[in-house]
Write a protein of this length. Structure first.
Length: 500
């Protein structure tokens, strides 16, 4: 049987068909690849446009930073939603040297409400616009932020300088960016035009003249209060409803007249914060009578903590108490910071607990702690005695609701803290202690929207590699292994595409 011979023309034709088949296959895969690439490009562009619109118009931003640097606190968001007045915020950022943390935070505020306008001003080119906000007590500088009312810029404004935007926790040495706290506080002030008075009582040896006290005054002023001292015996000024009275570790007693003035103030829905150290003199009977009127007792003792996890390693009288659930302490718990209180006396309550009277623990020691009578502490008898171990309350909040009035503010609010150390002592610069004091003042004043906005931890973390072998392996992986894997992947793709 004769075999069919393939002619030269047929070979050329078959070769052409094979080439066409390969070309068609390559075109098919190339077309798919091009189509997918185009779809991906369009999808990426669309996602970027949607994300930009959401960020610019709704303030939405996916914050992937470890410390949520670009996230607004719920209290801030609620405050912005409640904003009724138009606010202009001036940010004095040198051109080309802007601070991203400030710029991005201001953008988030503006995106959340139409009532806020941001004006970025170069202080080098426009120094007069910066100096117009200078006052006798504060000078505006580079990177300062000024919050103003849009219809009255030069009369109603609030200056936040660069050094007021950060805070250092002396306990952990961490730095916190707290501009959000300052901004929200300033905006709340602009929205109400009200600065309540905070009076620090004087005339009884109170701790109000030290450098630490001056720092405390400044911190409370930054919460939007007028802060001043008040001597009830000498001043013609009287404390009235809406004011806050602060008593900072008195060493001598009230007069009977002063005692009645303070009780009358508290009975008219007054607000007060008391700091008492263990009473070594035993002559504060009228001060204690003020609190006794509300069944609150500041005990004549000092608390010693025996639980090693709840105290300083070298000082059993420097306590790290537990923070109970309360409006004052819950934000501090959530932020993961600790409160330290040194040489504290205990506080107890013998009154009612119902819908109209409440006594809430703020700080409590462990069940291993002991209460030492102050006399036995002073003569060191406690070193040879055995005491019953039990938890003690070293800070508490009291509320009395007046059911006989229809006014909106019908509560007497009192905070009692068994040591002034948290406010003006060695531990006053611990973040937990600072926020305990600030929150206590804001809580008695009824400023629920200022109780606490967490600062952002901006402490620089460094990657420490102490092992030489670890460094060698990292270099091998980064310089040799990863590039070789990428080259191998590229060669594989090239070979496969060549054989299509």
């Amino acid at each position: 049987m004769k075999k069919n011979k393939i002619t030269k023309d047929e070979k050329i034709l078959n070769k052409g068909k094979l080439s066409a088949k390969k070309s068609g296959k390559a075109f098919k895969y190339g077309g798919y690849s091009a189509t997918i690439t185009i779809i991906l490009i369009v999808a990426i562009i669309a996602l970027n446009v949607i994300a930009s619109v959401a960020e610019n118009n709704g303030g939405w931003k996916l914050d992937l930073t470890k410390n949520k640097i670009y996230t607004l606190d719920e209290l801030t968001i609620q405050s912005l939603q409640d904003l009724k007045k138009d606010i202009v915020i001036y940010s004095f950022q040198p051109a080309g040297s802007e601070e991203p943390l400030i710029v991005n935070l201001l953008d988030l505020y503006a995106a959340k409400t139409e009532h806020i306008t941001i004006k970025q001003i170069d202080p080098v080119k426009n120094p007069s616009q910066m100096s117009q906000f200078n006052t006798d007590t504060k000078t505006v500088g580079e990177y300062s932020v000024v919050v103003t009312q849009a219809d009255d810029v030069n009369e109603h404004f609030y200056v936040i300088n660069l050094d007021e935007m950060t805070e250092t926790d002396s306990d952990t040495s961490k730095n916190y960016f707290i501009l959000q706290q300052r901004l929200t506080s300033a905006i709340l002030y602009m929205n109400t035009d009200i600065l309540p008075n905070v009076y620090f009582l004087t005339g009884h040896g109170e701790e109000v003249t030290t450098t630490a006290a001056a720092t405390l005054f400044n911190r409370i002023e930054l919460e939007n209060y007028n802060v001043t001292t008040l001597d009830l015996k000498m001043s013609t000024t009287s404390i009235q409803k809406g004011d806050v009275l602060v008593v900072m570790n008195p060493t001598s007693d009230l007069t009977a007249e002063e005692r009645e003035l303070i009780i009358d103030f508290l009975e008219e829905h007054g607000k007060a914060v008391f700091f008492f150290n263990p009473d070594t003199s035993g002559n504060l009977s009228n001060f204690k009578a003020v609190l006794g009127y509300y069944q609150i007792t500041v005990n004549s003792d000092i608390i010693m903590e025996n639980d090693a996890t709840r105290r300083d390693a070298d000082n059993a009288f420097l306590i790290r108490p537990a923070l109970t659930l309360h409006d004052i302490t819950s934000p501090i718990r959530e932020n993961g910071t600790s409160v330290y209180i040194k040489e504290a006396c205990s506080i107890s309550y013998a009154g009612k607990q119902d819908d109209y009277y409440s006594f809430d623990k703020l700080l409590s020691t462990s069940t291993q702690s002991i209460s030492i009578p102050i006399a036995e502490y002073l003569n060191e008898q406690y070193k040879d005695k055995t005491y019953t171990q039990a938890s003690s309350t070293v800070a508490a909040a009291y509320t009395k609701v007046d059911v006989n009035t229809a006014v909106e503010d019908n509560e007497t609010r009192i905070v009692v803290i068994g040591s002034s150390d948290v406010a003006v002592g060695d531990d006053a610069n611990n973040l937990g202690d600072m926020n305990l004091v600030r929150n206590s003042v804001n809580w008695v004043a009824g400023k629920q929207d200022q109780l606490f906005i967490a600062g952002v931890d901006i402490t620089t973390d460094y990657l420490g590699i102490s092992s030489y072998n670890t460094i060698v392996w990292l270099l091998i992986i980064l310089i040799i292994a990863i590039p070789l894997v990428l080259i191998a992947c590229g060669v594989t793709v090239w070979i496969r595409r060549k054989n299509l």
